[in-house]
Design a protein around this ligand. Structure first.
Ligand code: CMP
Length: 137
């Protein structure tokens, strides 16, 4: 079933010049880019976006990293887009992600792992409303 998901090309990927590589992988898979914006996340949005992680030990450095430079936010759509994009990006820890996945091929870090993607259709709905209020439904 066609669905939408929220993707962030994180500040490490922007810094490393990997926007094109990551967007190309999404497009080559057959997914559609419905919206795409370059912006810097502020701490308020970070705390909302990562609400389930704010109490975790890893959150303060994660927040510093995610607000430390521009990132690209996208709405990506296609058949089962939520799970398809999660498979394309690979496991959270780039050192353990499978070769062939974005993180498996391009990241050596658990934090600076290049991409975020919604982990469920409910998360996608919540995150799209946060990042692209005009697209919320
Ligand atoms: P993301 O998919 O954006 O969701 C939560 C983020 O927290 C994750 O990618 C990583 O960037 C980061 N993260 C998750 N677990 C850890 C960890 N154990 N140590 C550091 N960063 C983490």
């Amino acid at each position: 079933m066609a669905e939408r998901t929220l993707v962030l090309i994180k500040p490490d990927a922007v810094r490393r010049g990997l926007i094109g590589e990551i967007v190309a992988r999404l497009e080559r898979k057959g997914l559609t880019i419905d919206a795409m914006t370059l912006r810097t996340m502020d701490v308020t949005l970070a705390d909302q976006h990562y609400a389930e992680h704010v109490e975790r030990d890893f959150y303060p450095p994660l927040r510093e990293f995610m607000t430390g430079g521009p990132l690209v936010s996208l709405i990506v759509s296609g058949d089962e887009a939520v799970s398809v994009v999660r498979t394309l990006i690979g496991a959270t820890d780039g050192r353990k992600a499978a070769p062939g996945s974005i993180r498996g091929d391009l990241s050596l870090s658990n934090r600076e792992n290049l991409v975020h993607a919604s982990d469920s259709p409910d998360s996608a709905k919540r995150e799209i409303a946060l990042w692209f209020p005009d697209f919320a439904n």
